[in-house]
Design a protein around this ligand. Structure first.
Ligand code: GLY
Length: 338
C-alpha cells in the first residue's frame, strides 16, 4: 500500500501517467468538486480534460443506486480494463469509488485522494471498499487496494470544523490501540492544528497500515480496529433517522466511551481512559449528545457483520492492549448499557 505525501506528488503523477488521460476518470461528490477540483487541476494538469463523475455528498448516498450511476457513466463514456478511477473525497467517496472500480469489468485500477481527515487516516487505508445496503452500513463490499494514496493537507483547509473534528475519533482510536503513551499525547494536544499536521497524519496512517499488513482480510488482529464501532455503527445508523445525523467519527467517539464501560466491567480497564475521552468530547464536541433507547439499537447491533452467537465486540483492556472477539449477549448488554 503506497502512501505518498505532498512532497512526493511526482510519484502520484508517475502513477497516473501510466494511463491515457482520456481513460482517467475522477470521482467527486457535490462538495469536493467545488472545493478540491482546483487543487487537483493545479497538481495534475494532465487530468484537466479527463471526465469528472459527480455524485451527491453524504453517507446516505453510499448506495447501490449511486454505484449504478457510476457504472452507467463509466460504461457510457467508454471506460475499459485499462481505465483508472481517481477517487477525490472523504470516506464515502473512497469507499464507493473503490467498490465501483473493483467490480467494473471485474476490476479496474483506482487511486485514492482523501480530502477529509477521517478519509486520510482511516477510510482510504487498508483496502476495505463498500456501500451501505438496506439501511445497514457497509453491507456490500470487497477488499481491494488502491494503486496509491495521496495525502495533501491543503484539502483540509476547506473542511467544516465538525468534519475536521470527526477525524479525531479514528485518530484517537489508533493511538489507544497501539501507543503506550496515547493518553499523554491526547491530553497534551488540545489544538486541532497538532492533529492535522502532515507528520501527525502520516504517523497515524502508519499505525493502521501496520496492523492491516499483519491481517489484511480482517480475520484476527485487524479486528481491534473495530473498537468503538459495534455501538458506534449502531448509534450512527440510528442517527440517520434525525435531521442532522452523526458524523462517523462522532459516533465512534460515543461508541468508544460506551464500549469502555463494558471493558471496565469485564476487564477492569482503568477508568482514566474513559475520562480522557470524555474530556476530548467536552473540548471538541461540546454539543455531541445522542440519547438512544437500547431497544432501538438492537436491530443495528444484530446486523453487525462480525456477529456469531451474540453481539461481537473489540474492547480495550488497557492502552495498547486490545481484546478481540468478545461476545456479549443482548441480555447482558441491556443490563450494562440501559
Ligand atoms: N476501519 C476498520 C478497518 O479498516 O478495518
Amino acid at each position: 500500500m503506497l502512501v505518498y505525501p505532498f512532497s512526493e506528488v511526482n510519484k502520484v503523477q508517475e502513477e497516473i501517467r501510466k494511463y491515457d488521460p482520456m481513460q482517467c476518470y475522477l470521482l467527486y461528490d457535490s462538495n469536493t468538486i467545488n472545493h478540491c477540483d482546483n487543487i487537483i487541476r493545479n497538481q495534475f494538469p494532465d487530468l484537466n480534460d479527463s471526465e469528472r463523475i459527480i455524485i451527491p455528498a453524504g453517507d446516505q448516498y453510499k448506495t447501490l443506486e449511486r454505484c449504478i450511476t457510476i457504472w452507467n457513466t463509466l460504461a457510457k463514456i467508454g471506460a475499459n480494463r485499462n481505465s483508472l478511477l481517481i477517487n477525490v473525497g472523504g470516506g464515502m467517496i473512497t469507499d464507493i469509488g473503490g467498490f465501483a472500480a473493483s467490480n467494473y469489468k471485474r476490476g479496474i485500477a483506482f487511486i485514492n485522494i482523501p480530502t477529509s481527515l477521517l478519509g486520510m487516516v482511516d477510510a482510504c487505508v487498508g483496502g476495505k471498499t463498500g456501500i451501505n445496503f438496506n439501511n445497514f452500513k457497509n453491507q456490500l463490499g470487497v477488499f481491494a487496494n488502491a494503486q496509491c494514496i495521496y495525502i495533501n493537507t491543503q484539502f483540509l483547509e476547506s473542511l467544516p470544523l465538525n468534519e475536521l473534528y470527526s477525524g479525531l475519533g479514528e485518530m484517537i482510536k489508533h493511538l489507544l490501540l497501539f501507543k503506550e503513551d496515547a493518553l499523554e499525547f491526547i491530553l497534551k494536544n488540545t489544538d486541532i492544528k497538532n492533529w492535522t499536521s502532515e507528520s501527525c497524519i502520516l504517523k497515524n496512517i502508519q499505525l493502521k497500515k501496520a496492523i492491516v499488513e499483519i491481517d489484511y482480510l480482517d480475520n484476527n488482529e485487524r479486528q481491534c480496529l473495530n473498537f468503538g464501532h459495534t455501538i458506534g455503527h449502531a448509534i450512527e445508523s440510528l442517527s440517520h433517522e434525525k435531521k442532522t445525523p452523526l458524523l462517523h467519527g462522532e459516533a465512534v467517539l460515543l461508541g468508544m466511551i460506551e464500549e469502555l464501560k463494558l471493558s471496565e466491567k469485564l476487564y477492569n480497564t482503568p477508568e482514566e481512559i474513559r475520562a480522557v475521552l470524555e474530556a476530548v468530547k467536552q473540548k471538541f464536541f461540546p454539543f455531541l449528545d445522542f440519547r438512544y433507547k437500547f431497544e432501538k439499537l438492537i436491530p443495528f447491533l444484530q446486523q453487525d457483520k462480525k456477529n456469531e452467537n451474540g453481539i461481537r465486540f473489540s474492547l480495550l483492556e488497557n492502552v495498547a492492549k486490545p481484546k478481540l472477539k468478545v461476545v456479549i449477549s443482548l441480555e447482558e448488554l441491556k443490563n450494562e448499557l440501559s
